[in-house]
Design a protein around this ligand. Structure first.
Ligand code: THU
Length: 157
């Protein structure tokens, strides 16, 4: 038996002003994306934004439904909209943020497992890393690739 370890590195910023211009624009788009949230049950508004290889940004927001499983997270609404709109382009980067009643959390919002799996799929489709930026009011985390937030990705089929 050998003990193994997975080492994950990521960047932490204090404000979105510290991000490079492209990431700052994407983070801002995610924050604005929160306005599209429909969350009458949780009141937790989430915004997401995807940057495509043609420079376009596609926004998303969580959409809830009285039949709970029928709703969808912000990240997936953004990625599915981006995939449908630009099927021949790659997803380069995704930013997300959230907060109760539209008030951004201090700590970065982190994506659910299902959204991470969908990110992994689009990253594999692109054949290049997709960075993930988690935005909070007092802290921002940037991961260089989806592998860093979903180690041991399922990609066996
Ligand atoms: N939510 C997202 O939009 N993204 C995530 O990664 C986690 C959770 C949404 C789903 C639901 O509308 C609300 O946040 C509360 O769970």
């Amino acid at each position: 038996m050998t003990n193994k370890q997975i080492d994950i590195q990521f960047e932490e910023y204090s404000t979105i002003d510290e991000l490079n211009a492209e990431d700052r624009e994407l983070a801002q788009a995610a924050i604005e994306g929160m306005r599209g949230s429909y969350a009458p049950y949780s009141h937790f508004n989430v915004g997401a934004a995807v940057r495509m290889s043609n420079g376009q940004i596609v926004r998303g927001a969580n959409q809830e439904n009285a039949a709970f499983p029928s709703g969808l997270c912000a990240e997936r609404t953004a990625m599915f909209a981006a995939g449908a709109k630009y099927p021949d382009k790659d997803m380069c980067s995704l930013a997300l943020c959230g907060g109760l009643y539209g008030r951004l959390t201090d700590e970065p919002a982190t994506p659910c497992g299902a959204c991470r799996q969908v990110m992994a799929q689009y990253q594999a489709k692109a054949g290049r890393p997709m960075s993930v930026i988690m935005v909070g009011a007092k802290k921002i985390w940037k991961f260089a690739k989806v592998d860093d937030i979903l180690p041991l990705i399922f990609d066996s089929i």
